[in-house]
Design a protein around this ligand. Structure first.
Ligand SMILES: Nc1ncnc2c1ncn2[C@@H]1O[C@H](COP(=O)(O)OP(=O)(O)OP(=O)(O)O)[C@@H](O)[C@H]1O
Ligand SMILES: [Mg+2]
Length: 333
């Protein structure tokens, strides 16, 4: 697989990404000329990914993970900020004739393999469809070979026995493998996996994550892994970025962040993960209060209303990410 990357070696560079959604005012609100309000779904997110890296984007529901992913893929327009894929603006590519190439090189895998597969299509038809759309092969034989190679890479072996099956003939894990084969068949450089295992049985989650890691190891695919579950990210990613209400509050090598979490929010997420050795168990930190909504954001540090160690200053000053160790940054005063 040929891999190109930008001069500084990053496949993906996200700088100061913001995405606001306007909140419908309703008839009354419009008549009363109430001010337009916005959901701050993503509110100043920056990170970069080197080729062949697996980065975990971790955070509670509503923290802006999927919105970040959709901007990265060029599927929605950011309000502000820049996203570079191999040094080229994703937004510009998405508007240009290069769009097709972008759609081929970046692939999205969703959480629900039941929804992403058409129940009336065979496995062959499903995996062949993107090949046809992108006109990647000449003739049926080449197409069949390409589909079989993708099924094989997705761990559906031998591929021949799966070609004529329908989704209903497959287990949940096999269906997600078909979805993954449908992405692999295009030889993507970046895979965005949004909660790819959250709908699957616990027993097969590790299998699918191991498959994704194997794809990285063998084909150098760069993977953005999105999850609310720090436990799966712990075993599978090289680096993690922890999101809270539209911002990254901590980012660093996974091992470092797990061993030495710098942000109280990361510490709280970690404290509820079961660890095999009870003597190493952390004190459970239960977060008080609900996640504030991203419309009326708290002043200062947006985590301060729930933070067990918040001080007066935290309600006034918004902390920026700063270095606390090699490659490790934390946004906490
Ligand atoms: N199209 C939209 N219009 C208005 N608000 C939106 C839209 N998409 C997302 N939001 C809001 O933006 C915020 C972030 O949503 P997003 O889906 O990115 O979160 P998430 O981290 O992926 O959450 P989850 O873990 O539940 O998937 C939420 O408050 C959500 O309600
Ligand atoms: Mg989401």
């Amino acid at each position: 697989m040929e891999q190109e990357s930008s001069q500084d070696g990053f496949v993906l560079q996200v700088s100061d990404l913001r995405k606001l959604f306007s909140v419908p005012r309703g008839i009354v609100g419009t008549l009363l000329k109430r001010p337009q309000r916005y959901v701050h779904a993503v509110d100043g997110v920056s990170f970069a990914m080197a080729g062949g890296e697996i980065l975990g984007l971790v955070g509670e529901s509503g923290s802006g993970k999927t919105t970040t992913a959709l901007c990265v893929l060029g599927l929605i327009e950011p309000t502000e900020g820049e996203i570079l894929f191999n040094g080229q603006s994703v937004q510009a590519l998405a508007r240009s004739r290069e769009r097709r190439r972008l759609r081929q090189q970046m692939q999205l895998i969703f959480q629900d393999p039941y929804e992403s597969l058409n129940p009336r299509q065979t496995v062959f038809a499903t995996v062949a469809e993107p090949v046809e759309i992108h006109r990647l092969t000449r003739g049926r034989e080449e197409k069949v070979e390409r589909v079989k190679a993708a099924l094989n890479a997705a761990g559906l072996k031998p591929p021949e026995i799966f070609l004529e099956r329908y989704p209903e003939d497959l287990s949940g894990g096999q269906r997600q493998r078909v979805v993954i084969a449908g992405a692999l068949v295009l030889n993507p450089e970046l895979l965005v996996a949004d909660e790819p295992v959250s709908m699957l049985d616990v027993s097969i989650r590790a299998e699918i994550l191991n498959l994704l890691r194997q794809l990285r190891d063998e084909h150098g695919i760069t993977i953005l892994y999105i999850t609310h579950d720090l436990a799966t990210a712990a075993h599978f990613t090289d680096r993690v970025a922890v999101m809270y209400l539209g911002r990254i509050v901590e980012i660093g090598p996974t091992k470092t962040v797990l061993r030495n979490p710098g942000h109280p929010y990361t510490q709280a997420l970690l404290s509820v993960i079961p660890v095999p050795n009870p003597r190493r168990r952390r004190k459970r930190m239960i977060l008080v209060g609900e996640t504030p909504n991203p419309i009326d954001l708290p002043s200062g540090c947006r985590f301060h209303p729930r933070c067990p160690v918040a001080s007066e200053e935290c309600s006034q000053t918004e902390p920026q990410l700063r270095s606390v160790g090699p490659d490790h940054q934390v946004a906490c005063l």
